[in-house]
Design a protein around this ligand. Sequence first.
Ligand code: FAD
Length: 460
Amino acid sequence: MSDLASTLKPALRGRLITREDPDYEAARALYNGMIDKRPLAIARCVDAADVISAVKAGRDHGVLIAIRGGGHNGPGLGSCDDGLVIDLSAMRSVRVDPVNRTVRVDPGCTSGDVDHATHAFGLAVPFGIVASTGVAGLTLGGGTGYLTRKYGLTVDNLLEADVVLADGRFVTASAEHNADLFWALRGGGGNFGVVTSFLFRAHPVSMIYGGPIFWDAKNAKAVMRAYREFLPGAPEELGSFVGLKTVPSVDPFPREHWGKRACAVISCYAGPAAQGEKEMAKLLHSVPAPLFNWMSALPLPAMQAMFDPFFPKGLQWYWKGDFVKSLPDEAIDVHIAQAAEAPTELCLMHLYPIDGAVRRIAKDETAWSTRDATWSMVIAGISPDAKQAPALKRWGRAYWQAVHAFNLEGAYVNFMMDDEANGRVQATYGPNYKRLAAIKAKYDPDNIFRVNQNIVPARA
Ligand SMILES: Cc1cc2nc3c(=O)[nH]c(=O)nc-3n(C[C@H](O)[C@H](O)[C@H](O)COP(=O)(O)OP(=O)(O)OC[C@H]3O[C@@H](n4cnc5c(N)ncnc54)[C@H](O)[C@@H]3O)c2cc1C
């Protein structure tokens, strides 16, 4: 047993999984099958005490530390080679306070875990569009989804976080306590410590009117133009993103459309179905007839989990992102041309709205700063086949290269791989980067937490 393991194992209530353990291969596997990291040990923590022991042991033994929430991160920043993974996946309880409309969430929860718990009370927290995504990484990076226009980013609904710092101290961060840390956590990623508990504000959302509408790619230009004009006037209850994709060649998609290049608008109206239908009609009246329109009344958790079956753990993923201010016709043409080159059916480009409630918070009020963008763009090359990895990367990079000139400098940190050019993280945080670097120097001066989109501690 290594020195690290012999120190840490007896200190944990949870398991320490090392390379000799029969469960090691399963325990190290990440959501993105393209990432193949081999940590020295995985500390499967069950409480804050375990996390404190793991941070101290990792630091004292001088090994690299990675923090794993849901393990969904594109470049696999929830793990590392030859270091210690602080794995929070066993910490999955959720406690709803229906009186105060708040939710206490453990750091290993998926957004589906929280949706399940809050829905019973007619409440919801704004999360992303795939329910198997980890709450921890999604929140700390920002968090965009169907409820963003009405209720803000996930991070805009964070009220408090418990954090184990790089020196092993345990603190609570909120508007009242350690306010600088609280500011940095709201968008600064896993740079500042290990969050062991989140407290969120929840909202009265239960039944929604939602689902996908697909058009043949020959109508993509008309749909993207109409969507661009429609979105700013649409009520904030309507979370709606546009994407370029392929009709999956699987049930329940209509066989006659399998494999067709397509443009999709995927929407969720957080209100009565009749009202949602009326709002969507304004878009539908201005574009050609879709291939199919599957919008209907649904419980919010069903909408949130709608795409989970298409994206099981272990697929190959290559991610590129940008923030987008405007979508001129020339950019739409480039998008359509690049999307048509996608090497697999699962490849996609989505534009998620950044407006409404997001813009009502000042750019310097949280670390997450690009509040004047209109969309957060993601290009994702996806395939079940590892042999396709080079093609996914080639396509993603070429697509991004072709559209980036129309976009802003930075990107959502949760849509980046780890091969971005120097300066992308700084560009993303813009004027907030300097303050983040100073807070990093205060809470993690030795950059113990550096397996992330890293904020380098400011020099004294
Ligand atoms: C299929 C899919 C759909 C997605 N859809 C959306 C979407 O709709 N909206 C959106 O905003 N994002 C979306 N994302 C991106 C998602 O936000 C990121 O992948 C995010 O990193 C996932 O968090 P995680 O906890 O699962 O990741 P992990 O891989 O566990 O961790 C990711 C990062 O977060 C840090 N971290 C994790 N837990 C903690 C903790 N407790 N304390 C401190 N740091 C921690 C780690 O250091 C690491 O850098 C999607 C991702 C996937 C794969």
